[in-house]
Design a protein around this ligand. Structure first.
Ligand code: RUQ
Ligand code: CUA
Length: 624
């Protein structure tokens, strides 16, 4: 029995679990071994379980059909899973050092991390062409005002941009536009601008500001730079989605705290019945910025909608909304209060008409507020606590319900509720196969749950999160498997595996590193610009040179080239007592620079198993 009362559960968690237990009776193959039918997690007939097992089983040597890139939250990393097996394939370190790949230890990645050695990754966003994932890059946000680009040829972080000026708490990010022109950001917290201003929170409503930022992406190499910013009232911007197809050129963000309150927001920011979804005409904003409009704040040109009208409108939405999601055809914008029992489908054409007719019900610091009744098409009774919606083919929509701890499926246009499947427990976001594109695949849906509550071998109080795979190939959704994930599964995207084209080794001819060497006769130590530079080769199963001597107090750079051109032949280079641990992939050169402060003899060795004589791959650094 895996649901038992423990002291310390919050009431909300308890309610969620009770609701989940109540709903679980009908749920098929979610039972851990030994669970009794009719109890939490139980009830699946054996035949259902074997069908489910067959659907997730990927035989040894066979490959999964999809990649899922899952947010690692405050671990600062991205986790890669294969679907349908839900096997964890790889961890991509982005904002935190990761000794397993040497990330954050070599000179380049250390410089990229800068003074921050953690990040809070929330929303992975795959690059798109024509509104479809194109398999080139993955962008991920960090709450510390940053956005990073991962290259999907080698699954490595290539750029971290920021902290971006004026942005405080980069939550509403890293959503890309349909042709990856921009990765969009929105601030969760408002502060007085520019940063460094210390106005008290008694002036919050007037002097604190939110900021929307467009990060420009170079279509050739993905290089990111700051495009433009828009200043807003001090709402807490939350989640976003770019318009697509008929709504291409628009960006949507939810916010809470339209009250402009401070203090205990759970009370102060939930006074009004409605918050907002911002509708931003980003093409018009890009044009205004290019024409030189805006004021300099914190070293950046910032557009103020009061002075530059025609960029931003506010759509009233149920209070404290979370996700906002644009349907594959771009026609509907789905959003709701996260304590409501319905989700609202706003009609993009009605939004446009209301803007043309100035069908407003007021304004917020000069930003017009559209009339709710004029822009909504339907309120769909999905269930309690709708957070986020994903899409399938044929107009199917799937909404996560935090309070009900379930996923509801329903139809765009007819608004009929189709099915509901319980989640264990308390689902936050959900991700469908190619679910954010103009052509969702259907097939699989993953619930990213906040609580696992012992549906796994106990590991003590620090429990993992859980992700559940759901079969959505039929109208009747079926739970297929549980996977336990690292914190914190905020969001994920799922891309067809054949869209990603990786390299196996770094080709020698593409290595232009100034300290790269390919012949052992070039290896050795030299003094350059007042420091010791060691050019080293790593190849099965030795380092050349096998030892080097430096002077105490000297700055030392060791440049290791892994001259292998064979798949999977990585070498590591660690120096004991010096906190040095890098990993060099085949064909790569990496450098590590340090001050030889401690005197003595320090072994170095290969950390990555590379061959039968891996253990012999070692040497000495002598510091005199
Ligand atoms: S968010 S659940 Cu960025 Cu929804 Cu965390
Ligand atoms: Cu090289 Cu182990």
């Amino acid at each position: 029995m895996n649901v038992r009362h423990r002291g310390g559960w919050s009431v909300a968690a308890l309610v969620a679990v009770v609701v989940a237990v109540a709903l679980l009776g009908a749920c098929a193959p979610s039972a851990p071994k030994g669970a009794k039918p009719g109890k939490a997690g139980g009830g699946g007939a054996t035949s259902d379980m074997s069908v489910a097992a067959g659907k997730v089983y990927v035989a040894p040597g066979d490959l999964d059909e999809y990649y899922m890139f899952s947010s690692g939250g405050h671990s600062g990393q991205v986790y890669v899973y294969g679907l349908p097996s839900m096997r964890h394939i790889s961890t991509i370190p982005v904002y935190s050092p990761y000794p397993a790949t040497g990330y954050g230890f070599d000179d380049d990645s250390k410089a990229m991390l800068g003074y921050l050695t953690w990040g809070d990754v929330h929303h992975p966003s795959l690059s798109e062409t024509g509104g479809d994932y194109d398999g080139r890059w993955l962008f991920v946000n960090d709450m510390n005002g940053r956005v990073a680009r991962v290259d999907l040829r080698d699954f490595k972080t290539k750029q971290i941009l920021g902290p971006v000026p004026n942005v405080s708490g980069n939550h509403g990010s890293a959503f890309v536009t349909p042709n990856t022109e921009y990765s969009m950001m929105a601030s969760r917290f408002s502060i007085p601008l520019p940063k460094g201003t210390t106005t008290g929170t008694d002036k919050y409503a007037t002097d604190y500001k939110g900021v929307l930022t467009a990060i420009k992406i170079d279509p050739k190499d993905g290089a990111m730079s700051i495009g433009f910013q828009i200043v807003t009232p001090p709402f807490n911007w939350d989640l976003g989605d770019a318009g697509k197809a008929m709504s291409e050129g628009w960006m949507f963000w939810t916010c809470y705290n339209a009250e402009r309150a401070t203090g205990k927001l759970e009370v102060t920011s939930t006074q009004r019945d409605r918050d907002y979804i911002a509708a931003v005409d980003w093409k018009a904003a890009a044009k205004a910025a290019a024409e030189g409009q805006g004021d300099m704040i914190g070293g950046i040109k910032v557009l103020d909608p009061k002075k530059v009208p025609g960029l931003v409108w506010l759509m009233p939405c149920g209070k404290s909304p979370h996700g906002v999601d644009v349907s594959p055809d771009g026609k509907w914008i789905i959003g709701s209060g996260k304590l409501q029992g319905v989700t609202t489908a706003f009609n993009f054409e009605k939004v446009q008409t209301a803007i043309r007719n100035k069908d407003y019900e007021g304004d917020e610091d000069g930003i017009p507020v559209l009339k709710y009744e004029s822009i909504k098409d339907a309120e769909v009774p999905v269930g309690l606590g709708p957070l986020h919606t994903q899409f399938g083919p044929n107009g199917m929509a799937y909404t996560s319900l935090f309070v009900d701890s379930a996923i509801a499926s329903w139809k765009l246009g007819t608004w009929e509720l189709v099915d509901k499947v319980p989640m264990s427990y308390s689902i936050g976001h959900l991700a469908a196969a190619e679910g954010d594109t103009v052509n969702p695949d259907g097939k699989y849906l993953v619930g990213l749950n906040k609580l696992s509550h012992g549906r796994h071998l106990s590991v003590g109080p620090s429990q993992p999160e859980s992700s559940q795979l759901v079969d959505i190939s039929d109208e009747k959704m079926k739970l297929l498997s549980d996977t336990f994930t690292e914190p914190e599964p905020h969001y994920a995207q799922i891309i067809k595996a054949d869209k990603i084209h990786t390299i196996e080794v770094y080709p020698k001819e593409d290595n232009h590193h100034p300290l790269a060497i390919w012949d052992v006769k070039d290896a050795g130590i030299a003094r350059q610009g007042g420091k010791a530079v060691v050019k080293m080769i790593a190849v099965r199963t030795s380092f050349t040179p096998t030892e080097f001597t430096v002077n105490q107090g000297e700055t030392v750079t060791v440049a290791v080239t892994n001259i292998e051109q064979t798949t999977d032949e990585l070498h590591g280079f660690a120096i004991l007592d010096y906190n040095i641990n890098i990993v060099i992939d085949p064909g790569e050169t990496k450098t590590v620079t340090f001050k030889a402060e401690k005197k003595g003899v320090f072994p170095f060795y290969c950390t990555n198993f590379c061959s039968a004589l891996h253990q012999e791959m070692q040497g000495y650094m002598i510091v005199k």
